[in-house]
Write a protein that binds this ligand. Structure first.
Ligand SMILES: Cc1cc2nc3c(=O)[nH]c(=O)nc-3n(C[C@H](O)[C@H](O)[C@H](O)COP(=O)(O)O)c2cc1C
Length: 372
């Protein structure tokens, strides 16, 4: 449950900057049930009504439960942004991002650095919940385990958020230092689940429907949040629904290359519609090509050409060169995809770790765009 909304199956498409726009969400939503979160929006840009930001808050008419993620570091600005969401009926659910490990953000005390400043974190979440509840909007938070293994924050931050009245807490079970490397620590998710009464959502390394079942069995979480696993595989949401309804014996969707090509063409078409510009839509689609073709025997030249198209006709002509009968490569199942970068020391403002109870709003930590 998120507020009054039942999430069935208990699956959330993780917010991913540059990916989970209205086009990608439609492709995923068509596959199965769940909550499909929009790309992250910066609270300051929303409050300042930056046109590019307002355009990013786009939902299809048939999106029954419009889920929006906000990023903020200032309690007042965050509350103002949430009020704006309520006043203008921009979304049905708001999630706050405390997981971004990008150096330019943590260096200023934002994203995954922020929960360390526990009073400031508490103020942001309390004010946001207060603003959201005036409109009946459930508010959730998404965070990491902490800055690094010596500076973990997730249990304390989860309890603070629960006290503030959040509808659920999602944990990406990595530290900021880990970025996207190594394996997510599902034991930490179990620890958080035991510590909290509000629903806990587990995030990290769900590549297949079976992984979602394993995470639930291992941690007792109320739901799963799925990010990179669906890159180039929107049908993962069909697998997740099948896994949750049929159990471990579900049949995974294994599209042939011809079926994948049809989805690729549709994805590009939807992006062109969403961005209202063919060149721009096709350019945005390029980053998805390698994910869709992962593991399929497709030559380098054709792959490169597919990742450089500027029109839908050009894309479709190239897709027609793929052998439609090639079966889905089973060896790519269960494999990481998307970002898998190396760990890195977390850049923090001077003296950040020594002053947990300082609640001055960090300056310059509002980013234009993001990552989690
Ligand atoms: C390209 C990309 C963009 C992301 N952008 C965001 C974001 O805007 N907000 C956020 O909370 N997390 C963001 N994340 C993190 C994911 O939501 C998720 O927590 C992370 O990928 C771990 O889950 P996974 O193992 O299922 O991928 C992003 C991840 C990727 C790969």
């Amino acid at each position: 449950m998120l507020g009054n909304h039942t999430v069935n199956p208990p699956v959330v498409l993780a917010p991913m900057a540059g990916i989970t726009n209205v086009a990608f969400r439609r492709l995923c939503r068509e596959q199965g049930g769940g909550v499909y979160v929009c790309e992250m929006i910066t609270t300051r840009a929303l409050v300042e009504r930056i046109p590019k930001t307002l355009k990013m808050i786009a939902f299809a008419e048939d999106e029954g439960f419009r889920s929006l993620q906000l990023y903020g570091v200032d309690p007042d600005v965050t509350a103002a942004a949430v009020r704006m969401v309520g006043e203008h009926n921009l979304a049905d659910h708001v999630d706050l991002n405390f997981g971004c490990p990008v150096p330019k953000v943590t260096r200023r005390g934002g994203g995954s650095a922020l929960p360390w400043r526990r009073k400031l974190f508490g103020r942001i979440v309390r004010q946001a919940v207060e603003a959201a509840s005036a409109y009946g909007i459930p508010l959730t938070i998404k965070m990491r385990k902490g800055i690094d293994e010596d500076h973990l924050t997730y249990v304390e931050a989860g309890l603070t958020a629960q006290d503030a009245g959040v509808a659920a807490v999602a944990l990406h079970a990595r530290t900021a230092e880990q970025r996207y490397s190594g394996e997510a620590d599902w034991d930490a998710i179990a620890t958080l689940k035991q510590a909290l009464d509000v629903p806990v959502l587990g995030n990290g390394d769900i590549w297949e429907g079976s992984d979602a079942l394993r995470m639930v069995a291992h941690t007792g979480v109320d739901g799963v949040v799925v990010g990179r696993g669906c890159l180039g595989r929107p049908w993962l949401f069909a697998d997740l629904e099948a896994a949750f309804t049929q159990g471990a014996g579900y049949q995974p969707v294994l599209p042939t290359l011809g079926e994948v090509a049809k989805i690729m063409s549709r994805h590009a078409q939807l992006l062109v519609e969403a961005l209202e510009d063919e060149r721009h839509g096709c350019a945005d689609f390029r980053k998805h090509v390698a994910w869709y073709l992962k593991g399929f025997p497709v030559g380098g030249d054709l792959r490169r050409s597919l990742a450089m198209t500027s029109s839908l006709t050009e894309l479709d002509d190239l897709l027609a060169k793929l052998d439609p009968a090639i079966p889905f490569p089973p060896e790519s199942l269960g494999q990481p995809r998307g970002r898998i970068n190396a760990p890195g020391k977390v850049s923090l403002p001077h003296g950040w770790l020594d002053s947990r109870d300082d609640d001055i709003v960090p300056e310059g930590a509002e980013m234009e765009d993001s990552g989690g």
